[in-house]
Structures are given as C-alpha cells and as structure tokens.
Design a protein around this ligand. Structure first.
Ligand SMILES: NC(=O)c1ccc[n+]([C@@H]2O[C@H](COP(=O)([O-])OP(=O)(O)OC[C@H]3O[C@@H](n4cnc5c(N)ncnc54)[C@H](OP(=O)(O)O)[C@@H]3O)[C@@H](O)[C@H]2O)c1
Length: 275
C-alpha cells in the first residue's frame, strides 16, 4: 500500500483529493489544524488524521512521530496548506498579513519537506508542492502577499527539484487556477472589506470590481483537480509541473510584454478616476 503525507487535507481542494486517494488504495496521513474536519476525515477508510500546524516546527516533528508509528517510508508528500487574501501592500496591516502568508505557504512546505525527507528518501518517493497560477502568471494588484509567496514556492520547488535530482527524488509543482473553496470566500471577503474601508482604493475598486473579479477567472469545482493530482502522484515519469484551470483573461495577458500590461492598468485606473 502506498502512503502519502498530505497537508491542507482539511481544505476545499485537499479534502476531495484525500478522499479520492483513499478510494484508490493510498494510505493518507491527512494533516491540518481543524479538529472537526480531521475527525470527519478519520472516518474514511485508509485515512489517518494528523494534527499539524505547518508554522510550528514542534507540531511538524510531532506529526512525523505519528507517521513513524505506522511506517518508516512515504511514497509522497503533498503540500496543500495555504492562505490567500485580497489586500493592499501599503494600507492597513500588510506586514503581519504577508509574514503569516509566507510562513504558511512557503516556510510551511519547506518545514514539512525537510522534516519528512528521510521517509520519502527511504521509499524513493516524490514531493508535490502546490503553487498556483499566481506563481507564474503576471502579478495582479491586491494579491501581492499571495503572489510573492507563490512565486517563492516556484523558486523553492525549482531549486529543490534540481537538488533532489542527485538523489533521484522527483519534485513536482502543481499550478491550479481558481477553484471553488474557502480561498475564493477569503478573496471576496477581502475585496468587500477594502470596498468598505480603503481610503486609498475604495473609489477605484468600486468601479473596477467587475474587472478584478473577471481577472480571477471562473472557479471550477474542487473535484476537477483530482485527476491532475493523481497524475502528479502516479505518472511513472512525472512532469515538472501540472497546470489545472488557468484563468482565461490572465492567460490572454501572458502574450503581452509587462510594460503593455502596466499601460492597461494605467488606462483602467484613469477610467475609474474619470467616471
Ligand atoms: N482554491 C483556489 O482557487 C486555489 C488556486 C490556486 C492554488 N490554490 C492552492 O491550493 C492549496 C489548497 O487551497 P484550498 O483552495 O483548498 O484552500 P482552503 O479551502 O482555504 O484550505 C486551506 C488549507 O490550508 C490549511 N492551513 C492553513 N493554515 C495552516 C497552518 N498554519 N497549518 C496547517 N494547515 C494550514 C487549512 O487547514 P486547517 O483549516 O485545518 O488549518 C486548509 O486545509 C493552497 O496551497 C492554495 O494556495 C488554490
């Protein structure tokens, strides 16, 4: 039986993937902090819930000890734990928010991969790091901390992949576009919060709300990610990256030089100012 340690297992994407993996016969160590959701996952045959706050080294080591009670090898580690937001990088409290996001999105995955590496090495397993379309596409305003953290995830994963080539362990980036989960609620909540409270951007955001939401793209159901994750975990020769549901409007912008995209944002800002 193959074993996987899965962070973010209690999230919108993680939960459907964990259930699908268990159904396919994987033993899943499902990690998260939400006690009720962990208990529900514990009812699924093949799923072993593990409490693990990825920002806390001691909790990560305790999670490893829990895995070692069952096995000394992992065929995969999947890092899905993540936070997002819709916020300014200069107004409000950008520093603690960005620090928290980097601690979960980047450092959390680094902590987990480092702590569990000997188990992955033992099984000649693989590592899957969840990035985002935000990790490689042109940067969107008001998603700054998230974009920065996911671009860091891309750089970290690329360097880790080349390091682990020396040991024969594949490192795979998963780059989802928008999916209907709690993350979408967090983005909409952040936007509504800025509409109500931002003295710098409230006026522009009210006029550009439709455009900003269109840029996010139409979210897909979480089930649509399962097939892609299964390929990342089960392909005999896994690819370096797997994409799923990249947002169309941003895909169209990808063909333009950055200077032209800036000019389009300048036009939008002027249009918002005039009306
Ligand atoms: N949904 C999208 O549109 C989308 C698009 C691109 C990429 N992604 C990426 O996909 C991954 C999963 O996102 P999702 O949509 O499933 O989000 P979600 O529903 O908001 O779930 C977030 C998950 O992260 C976990 N988490 C947050 N802070 C944690 C911490 N300190 N320690 C341990 N776990 C923590 C949560 O666990 P607890 O609640 O148990 O703490 C939860 O399982 C993320 O990396 C995200 O960036 C999502």
């Amino acid at each position: 039986m193959k074993s996987v340690f899965f962070t973010g297992a209690t999230g919108g994407l993680g939960e459907v993937c964990v259930r699908a993996l268990a159904k396919r016969g994987w033993r899943v160590f499902a990690a998260g902090t939400n006690t009720a959701k962990l208990a529900a996952l514990g009812e699924v045959p093949g799923v072993i819930p593990v409490r693990c706050d990825v920002t806390d080294e001691a909790r990560v080591q305790a999670a490893k000890a829990e895995v070692l009670r069952h096995t000394d090898r992992l065929d995969a580690v999947v890092n899905f734990a993540g936070l997002t937001g819709f916020a300014s990088l200069v107004e409000g409290a950008p520093v603690p928010a960005a620090r928290r996001m980097v601690d979960v999105n980047l450092m959390g995955m680094l902590r987990v991969n480092a702590a569990l590496f000997d188990l992955v090495h033992m099984a000649h397993g693989r590592i899957v790091n969840c990035s985002s379309s935000a990790g490689w596409m042109t940067a969107q305003p008001f998603a700054g901390a998230y974009v920065a953290s996911k671009r860091a995830v891309e750089g970290y994963s690329d360097a880790l992949r080349r390091e682990l080539i020396f040991l024969g362990i594949p490192v795979i980036k998963l780059q989802p576009g928008p999916f209907r989960t709690g993350m979408m609620d967090d983005i909409h909540g952040g936007l509504e919060g800025m509409l109500a409270a931002s003295s710098l951007y409230g006026h522009s955001l009210r006029r550009l709300r439709g455009l900003l939401l269109a840029m996010l793209g139409r979210p897909r159901p979480p089930e649509a990610l399962v097939r892609v994750l299964l390929r990342a975990l089960e392909d005999t020769r896994p690819r370096r990256r797997y994409r799923a549901g990249s947002p169309r409007l941003l895909m169209a912008l990808e063909i333009l030089p950055e200077g032209v995209i800036d000019a389009l944002f300048r036009l939008a800002a002027r249009w918002a100012d005039r009306r």
